[in-house]
Design a binder for this molecule. Structure first.
Ligand SMILES: Cc1ncc(COP(=O)(O)O)c(C=O)c1O
Length: 391
């Protein structure tokens, strides 16, 4: 089946005119937005059809998580990740970011340490402070040479751990670098987590966007069963199927005690399920695979276009992302930005009208994140503008 990832969907001025988006309405009309992590593609036709049918029902009272949804996630997990999860392990939630905060509240005490790595998706850096815990961070190891991967620095992670550390906020695949951690890196992490008796929240939101042909995601708790009793795994259809506005995610918690503790700790802090989000999640998992495969082919092409483009920008480096539709650019030595004041993100916004995400928000000033989850024509228009300054 053919899917259309080429025709732009009007998001700046949709025909009804009153559906603003964060991506398209944060900046002026002349700005091309390659920042926040949503894509400019319509969701899979099967998802839209399921939503249409649910909307036609017309009643939107409190819903329940249907058994059929739980089963589709079990099937998806077994088929895609080789992990046999159970329906009862699933706690459906309004989002992954809320779940990060809820985990901090439910599993740690005020003053405990909440650890993460940098660079990282910005909300990770706020969880500890917002929940009255102690923020703890360890930097990843930057690429040894241009194009080489970012790596997990276990020594730095260990050095950041104190007796107060209780929780690790982990991200795999990793936003913003797109790293898919190796088994070896993860084995080191697992050993460290056990030795320091930490809980882990493994944010695996981007796990269905592995870009290498034939690559398979392995959830942290599946790769290291010894971690399963201390790990919450977070999944959602929101990135893969472009459903972020339907605020639906799932925490998979195999251990009954941990599940009870988390559920008790978050009581009253979350709304009941979004009935449309639950419908969309089920349709995506049940019928979205052909669309996802087509999407991956498009994203691989966009990644390649970007790699070629960045090669022509003196002083700019990027490790090609192994997953996600996000690219992490090192602009610290960008020759085209020499002598200009302000962050590279701001300088590029002012001079090219292309909006990227500022690396400082991820803990690494001088970097920027570029979202290539858009049509080829829009990506090309933005890259042509960036050429104007960076070439
Ligand atoms: C790693 C990661 N976690 C969480 C989120 C946000 O998840 P949610 O919208 O479900 O809160 C994002 C969005 O970009 C993300 O990249």
């Amino acid at each position: 089946m053919e899917f259309d990832f080429a025709t732009p969907v009007e998001r700046r001025h949709p025909s009804d005119g009153h559906w603003p988006s964060q991506k398209w309405h944060r900046y002026g009309d002349d700005v091309l937005p390659l920042w926040v992590a949503d894509m400019d593609f319509a969701s899979p036709p099967a998802v839209i059809e399921a939503l249409r049918s649910r909307v036609a029902h017309g009643v939107f009272g409190y819903g329940l998580v249907p058994d059929s949804l739980r089963e589709t996630l079990c099937d998806w997990s077994a088929e895609h990740y080789g992990w046999a999860i159970e329906p009862g392990w699933q706690l459906w939630l309004p989002g992954v970011v809320p779940a990060l905060h809820m985990a901090s509240l439910a599993l740690t005490e005020p003053g405990d340490g909440v650890l993460t790595v940098t660079p990282i998706y910005p909300p990770f850096l706020r969880v500890a402070e917002r929940t009255g815990r102690r923020p703890q961070q360890a930097a990843l190891q930057a690429p040894a040479a241009p194009g080489e991967p970012w790596r997990l620095d276990l020594a730095a992670l260990e050095a950041a751990i104190t007796p107060e550390t209780q929780l690790l906020l982990w991200c795999q695949p990793h936003n913003p670098t797109g790293r898919v951690w190796t088994r070896e890196e993860l084995a080191g992490l697992a050993e460290l987590v056990e030795r320091h008796d930490l809980y882990v929240v493994s944010d695996e939101l981007h796990c269905d966007l592995l870009l290498e042909e034939g690559a398979h995601h392995v959830p942290l708790a599946a790769a290291f069963p010894e971690l399963a009793s201390r790990t919450l795994t977070l999944w959602a259809p929101s990135k893969t199927f472009n459903l972020a506005g339907l605020t639906t995610a799932c925490a998979v918690i195999p251990d009954a005690g941990l599940r009870r503790r988390f559920a008790a700790g978050v009581k009253g802090l979350q709304p009941d399920g979004n009935v449309l989000g639950l419908v969309a999640a089920e349709a995506a998992h049940a019928h979205g695979e052909p669309w996802r495969q087509a999407l991956l082919a498009v994203l691989r092409g966009h990644r390649q276009a970007l790699v070629e483009r960045v090669a022509g920008w003196p002083g700019v480096t990027m490790s090609p992302p192994e997953s996600t539709y996000l690219a992490w650019l090192n602009l610290r030595e960008a020759q085209g930005l020499e002598g200009l004041a302000g962050s590279p993100q701001l300088r590029l916004l002012e001079r090219t009208g292309v909006a990227l995400s500022d690396g400082a928000d991820f803990g690494w000033p001088g970097f920027a994140r570029l979202n290539f989850g858009t049509t080829a024509s829009q990506l090309e228009a933005a890259l042509a503008r960036l050429d104007g300054v960076l070439c």
